[in-house]
Design a protein around this ligand. Structure first.
Ligand SMILES: Cc1ncc(COP(=O)(O)O)c(C=O)c1O
Length: 352
């Protein structure tokens, strides 16, 4: 970890030259470019804070997100265990990133892919999935699982009604958190030379925060593990009530994914979507970091935390994907104005 950016008169100097050519990898197969992603220090968002923040840039995986790790590992492990038979179609529901991982693994192994996605699927990811030959089926996550349009219900039905389909179950398969336990966790441990004290990641299936957290906690028992989520989603899933130990939390119906390891996570932090989108623009304009909204959500929590922690603390905040996947919607002033976020658009791209 070399210090390449120092403050000079209110500005930040540029790195001198390029990286050592000997650090540039050569690989024999495209899927070897999964894992081994960089950590970048955050310099400008909280310059006087006692804690140091690093962002784990998982958009550097070949398919553009952290989910390459699990997409490839789930397919590899299921083939090895005899769960996924030759030529079977891989089916799952989700926000699109895992499907890109499945699609890349499926191209290598002869498995077509169908992803059940809801309306929040970013147009960039939808186009990329079609480009890679995957099918996209519309589903909903705002209706219960016994509703026929529920995205999980659709994936389950595909598998039940046609034996040529195999449901990959990213929300519950152990191959999801184990991907991070075997790769993301050890990478962060090495990259921080064992210095990481706080681990922050957004939750959907919970595989990232739990698998990485499990490895890092095994190396450092006092590691703090913080999950992040949108306010709207958390209220639906009971997670917030669970972590805040509200009355009756023990009896709460666990309608959250099995891959969220509740015994491991110290607490959950939530922020509103508007706050996160606004911060995404601020981070880009300040730090020059172009991150997807869930990555920004975790970074927002990391920056607040960095101001409160003991000196010497090292906070690692996870970036699942790039802001490039959101330039049609969250990072587009026209979309913001048409979707109730005019204040953000006016702040960063004032109307002429
Ligand atoms: C952009 C993005 N951020 C965060 C997550 C959450 O990761 P996990 O499913 O491991 O909890 C996902 C997973 O769907 C994602 O696509």
């Amino acid at each position: 970890m070399t210090d390449t950016s120092t403050e000079t008169g209110g500005r930040w100097s540029l790195p001198q030259g390029f990286r050592d050519p000997r650090d540039a990898p050569v690989v024999d197969d495209v899927l070897e470019l999964v894992g081994g992603t960089p950590l970048v220090r955050v310099n400008r968002l909280a310059p006087d804070a006692p804690g140091t923040i690093y962002v784990k840039l998982d958009q550097f995986n070949i398919g553009g997100s952290s989910k390459d790790r699990i997409g490839v590992n789930i397919v590899r492990s299921a083939i090895a265990a005899g769960e996924l038979a030759e030529g079977q179609r891989i089916v799952d529901f989700g926000a699109g990133n895992t499907a890109i991982g499945y699609a890349l693994a499926g191209l290598a192994t002869g498995h077509p892919v169908t992803i059940v996605a809801n309306a929040t699927l970013s147009p960039e990811k939808a186009n990329l999935l079609r480009f890679l030959g995957a099918d996209i089926v519309p589903g909903r996550n705002d209706v219960p699982t016994d509703h026929p349009e529920n995205w999980e219900a659709i994936a389950a039905r595909y598998e039940r009604e046609d034996p040529s389909n195999w449901w990959a179950r990213q929300a519950s398969t152990a191959y999801n958190p184990s991907s991070h336990e075997e790769s993301t966790g050890p990478e962060i441990w090495e990259q921080t030379a064992g210095g990481v004290s706080h681990w922050i990641a957004a939750v959907a299936t919970g595989g990232t925060v739990s698998g990485t957290g499990r490895y890092l906690r095994s190396r450092r028992p006092d590691l703090q593990i913080i999950a992040t989520d949108w306010t709207e989603k958390v209220d639906k899933s009971n997670l917030r009530a669970y972590f805040e130990r509200r009355d009756g939390w023990q009896e709460l119906e666990r309608d959250f994914p099995e891959n969220i390891d509740l015994d491991l996570i110290d607490r959950i932090e939530t922020r509103s979507k508007a706050e996160v989108i606004d911060y995404g623009w601020h981070v880009a304009r300040t730090e020059g970091l172009v991150l997807g909204p869930t990555s920004i959500l975790s970074l927002l929590v990391a920056v607040e935390l960095a101001k409160e922690v003991d000196p010497g603390s090292v906070i690692v905040s996870f970036s699942a994907d790039s802001g490039r996947d959101y330039v049609t919607r969250e990072y587009n002033p026209d979309w913001l104005r048409a979707n109730g976020f005019s204040e953000i658009a006016d702040k960063y791209v004032p109307a002429p």
